[in-house]
Design a protein around this ligand. Structure first.
Ligand code: HEM
Length: 405
């Protein structure tokens, strides 16, 4: 089929209620038009599981996850953001295929299920420390007190960043988030400042590790630099990626997952009585409320997407959250069912760009919920409605999550 046959329907993708709960509209779009053109996004949207899977696996579709905010800027504004854009061009997955494979080879052995499971006792200690800090008060904001600091502390420790810098690291990471959402220029400038500050700080740590290596990822990078495998610019750029990717998404999974349990008391009770179901519960949280709601790709040559031939240079939005609720693949897709098996969600992507940190995120989320169930068995929501930050079309994350116990 040709490009001209592609539907441009007038769905209101940017309505605030759609960002808060996109599933009714996405079900409609998936049933009516598996591929639509969205002029406001200057691209196309696909929603079926099979089409999302095919697009994730297709190397002719290149990563373009920053496309959303930058398209709307003037040339002068883009020029001003050149330093951050140059740095992001060094992130693994944003490079050419050879450089991508080089980085995957360097890093993957530190992120296998076996390697990350060795960190489990330490992650439990970190989770206990965070619960200890709030235990006496009988209440906490799960987002600020646990879901953000836990994965942030874990990845900071893996890299070898001093404990004293944890708060600064979280503030930087929050600023970086703007790069991935449609944001105004001032927020993008703030993101750039944070990335550059973070990189300056990391250059100092790299210099320290050259003089005095330790048992951490920074020291591994420095050893690879000595062998001519990576450059300092690549090291600092990819440390920023790991620090950012290593906690923002996992934090959202933990917070979203707890809301799912609160909203489905029968499943929460089942989990309390059948702790062996926790790994399956984490998969179901990923499917129902996976933090990576959309992945953006750009066609590098003419390619068929959802049954339509698209020319090169077209932006395609892969609605992961729609694919993960496709009734063709998931029975009763809107039901949160912690016994669901198999669960072929794509929350961590697929193929060449499959999430490096998937095993780590699964383990951290598992440890986090185990700790909550052990330490705070009376955990209850202390909010009327969830406190959401919306970034349309489909972006939505919990700004806070007050609970009592
Ligand atoms: C629930 C938590 C997480 C989710 C939902 C998630 C999701 C994803 C997704 C969907 C991709 C593929 C992007 C694409 O195809 O363009 C990805 C890639 C990636 N993720 Fe994660 N992620 C999570 C946690 C983590 C953690 C903990 C780390 C690191 C410590 C991490 C590091 C990365 C990296 C480095 C890539 C790029 C991989 C490559 O291009 O080879 N992620 N993630």
């Amino acid at each position: 089929m040709s490009d001209s046959a592609i539907a441009v329907p007038s769905y209101d993708l940017f309505a605030p209620d759609v960002a808060a709960d996109p599933h009714p509209l996405l079900h409609r779009i998936r049933a009516e038009n598996p591929l639509i053109r969205v002029p406001e996004l200057n691209g196309y949207l696909i929603t079926r599981h099979a089409d999302v899977v095919a697009a994730l696996k297709d190397r002719r579709l290149a990563t373009a996850n920053l496309g959303q905010g930058l398209d709307r800027l003037s040339q002068a504004e883009r020029d001003e953001l050149r330093p951050v854009l140059q740095s992001i061009a060094l992130w693994m997955g944003h490079t050419d295929e050879d450089d991508h494979v080089r980085f995957q080879q360097l890093l993957k052995r530190y992120f296998t299920p076996a390697t990350v499971n060795r960190l489990r006792p330490r992650v439990r200690e970190l989770a206990e420390e965070l619960v200890d800090a709030v235990a006496a008060s009988g209440r906490m904001d799960v987002v600020a007190d646990l879901a953000y600091p836990l994965p942030a502390n874990v990845i900071a420790e893996m890299l070898g960043m001093p404990t004293s810098e944890r708060e600064r690291l979280q503030a930087w990471s929050r600023d970086i988030l703007a790069l991935f959402a449609p944001a105004d220029f001032a927020r993008l400038q703030a993101s750039q400042r944070s990335v550059l500050e973070m990189q300056d700080y990391l250059r100092g740590l790299v210099a320290q590790r050259r003089a005095e290596p330790r048992e951490d990822l920074l020291s591994m990078f420095v050893a690879a630099e000595r062998e001519g495998v990576v450059t300092e610019d690549e090291i600092v750029a990819n440390c920023v990626l790991l620090l950012f990717a290593g906690h923002e998404t996992t934090a959202n999974l933990i917070a979203n997952g707890l809301v799912l349990l609160f909203d489905h008391p029968d499943q929460f009770e089942l989990l309390k009585s059948r702790r062996d179901l926790l790994p399956q519960a984490v998969e179901e949280m990923l499917r129902c409320s996976g933090p990576a709601n959309t992945i953006v790709r750009v066609t590098t040559e003419p390619v068929e997407v959802a049954g339509h031939e698209l020319p090169a240079g077209q932006v395609v939005y892969l609605a992961m959250l729609a694919g993960n609720r496709d009734p063709e693949v998931f029975e009763e897709p809107d039901r949160f069912d912690i016994t669901r098996k198999p669960n072929r969600h794509t929350a961590f992507g697929l193929g060449a760009f499959y999430c490096l940190g998937a095993a780590l995120a699964r383990m951290e989320t598992d440890v986090c919920f185990s700790t909550l169930l052990d330490r705070l068995p009376n955990l209850r929501p202390a909010y009327e409605t969830p406190d959401l930050t919306l970034s349309p079309p489909f972006g939505c994350r919990l700004a806070s999550l007050d609970v009592t116990f």
